[in-house]
Design a protein around this ligand. Structure first.
Ligand SMILES: [Fe+2]
Length: 287
């Protein structure tokens, strides 16, 4: 549970407490017993202040000016398709909400959560094609660096890729595999896979390096470093190698993994789920 600060005024504390308790309790349940719908809260849209919208606008404008050069075409297509706009914090549900555009494309939905979800609860959401989404807006003092996610990181940074059918399948398979695997070592390996792809992944498109991980999409400073600095080690994506690579937080990454396509990621994940985790494709993709 995040501490209540002035940027958390949009969350109802009692509703959040109940949802967070349900998510915490999921750690002791089997995959079949978990009901992810209990982890979600409402996005009380009317509680966003003009300051929240202004912060969103600033973040959006600053990133957008360079993303057309820096970001994967798949990300750019997603952000346009979802009708995300610079003017206001995005509404998830209801008329004009991003879910109304997203659902017909891939079946994914962005669902508001009260704060940080424990691993098992998080995996359960992904396995249902639901993305647990932070709905708070960062305070202006933390424009450049925020240790925890906010709506800009989660919705601007993550959700556009969910509009792509290939990435959408990958992420659900990832969630199912992680949910069904009860082996701490494999969970750790899958955590590294998430970090080096969903959060900090690079992809080669038209012979140029592009960013697609949300940690890069939503970070002005690190995206430039990831693409242009001579310092980091940019390695070709290899799932086994990624799963063996420790990651570091709190500073720019010393290592990035570069995909050749999202099909490469989807296929490697399917193969890993089947071969290593023993999760059949039918079971993996069962709704
Ligand atoms: Fe993230």
């Amino acid at each position: 549970m995040q501490p209540a600060g002035n940027h958390h005024q949009i969350i109802d504390s009692e509703e959040a407490r109940i949802a967070q308790a349900a998510a915490d309790a999921a750690a002791n349940l089997t995959a079949e017993q978990i009901d992810a719908s209990k982890f979600y809260i409402k996005q009380r849209y009317e509680r966003y202040t003009e300051e929240n919208h202004a912060v969103w606008r600033e973040l959006y404008d600053r990133r957008w000016t360079v993303l057309e050069q820096q970001a994967s075409n798949v990300f750019l297509r997603g952000i346009r398709t979802l009708n995300m706009t610079r003017e206001r914090v995005p509404k998830l549900d209801g008329e004009g909400g991003i879910n109304t555009f997203l659902k017909p494309l891939t079946g994914w939905q962005s669902r508001p959560v009260p704060g940080y979800l424990p691993q098992k609860a998080f995996f359960a959401c992904l396995s249902r094609r639901e993305f647990p989404t932070t709905i708070t807006v960062r305070p202006r003092e933390q424009m450049d660096y925020l240790p925890e996610p906010d709506i800009f990181h989660d919705v601007f940074g993550h959700v556009p890729l969910h509009a792509d059918p290939v990435f959408a399948d990958f992420l659900q398979t990832y969630g199912r595999a992680a949910l069904l695997c009860n082996d701490e070592e494999h969970i750790k390996r899958l955590g590294r896979l998430f970090w080096f792809t969903v959060e900090f992944g690079l992809i080669r498109e038209d012979s140029r390096l592009k960013i697609y991980g949300s940690g890069l999409i939503s970070s002005h400073a690190e995206s430039d470093y990831a693409l242009n600095s001579p310092k980091p080690d940019r390695r070709p994506f290899d799932l086994e190698r990624v799963c063996e690579t420790d990651f570091e937080i709190d500073h720019f990454q010393p290592i990035y993994y570069v995909l050749e396509s999202f099909e490469q990621l989807r296929d490697a994940m399917n193969e890993y789920a089947t071969r290593v985790l023993g999760i059949s494709k039918a079971k993996t993709l069962a709704a």
